[in-house]
Design a protein. Structure first.
Length: 180
């Protein structure tokens, strides 16, 4: 059986998410999610995506898409921001009532990202009550790939080869979860 995945590039359309100079979160999320989409297909997953261009998709639409598809995993891709510019690192979020599969997926993705990017801070797996985690019926995680508010991480995330490597790390974590 081929596992099904839904990738969710956060924000989009008029909602750019975090913006620092030329770096717009929605564009970076879309780039990384599209790379995840194609890499996952190459690994034998059946894959859908909540948006494949810069368009607005409401939170409820994102969860409806996932709940209609009933994937084995819903993976929302984001970049973080904070008012204190020195805050940095990668984080994976699960809902406080997350399933064992969600938690295993989050741990595997976080471990893969930390192994791939040893110079980036591993902020670990955290519990959060985000809409896309709470309202998605299937296993779900939300990934924060780094802080756009941190100038070093912003530059890192804007580099296409780092976006490619980030997507590869995410997909390896997914593969490990589903033993592909």
């Amino acid at each position: 059986m081929n596992e099904k995945l839904v990738y969710d590039p956060g924000h989009g359309g008029p909602d750019d998410g975090a913006v620092y100079g030329a770096a717009e979160e929605d564009d970076l999320n879309l780039s990384i999610a599209n790379l995840c989409f194609y890499m996952s297909q190459l690994k034998g997953f059946k894959v859908d995506i909540t948006r494949d261009r810069d368009e607005k998709v409401e939170l409820w639409e994102r969860t409806d898409i996932s709940n209609d598809i009933r994937p084995d995993a819903f993976i929302s891709i984001h970049c973080d921001a904070f008012h204190k510019k020195t805050v940095n690192g990668m984080t994976v979020h699960v809902h406080p009532r997350a399933s064992k599969t969600s938690r295993r997926l989050a741990q595997n993705v976080m471990a893969s990202m930390a192994e791939t990017f040893q110079n980036l801070r591993n902020r670990g797996v955290k519990e959060s009550d985000f809409h896309v985690l709470r309202e998605t019926n299937e296993p779900a995680i939300l990934i924060e790939c780094g802080f756009l508010s941190n100038s070093k991480e912003r530059k890192f995330l804007q580099e296409p080869h780092n976006q490619h490597d980030m997507a590869g790390a995410i997909v390896r974590g997914v593969q490990k979860t589903f033993k592909k």
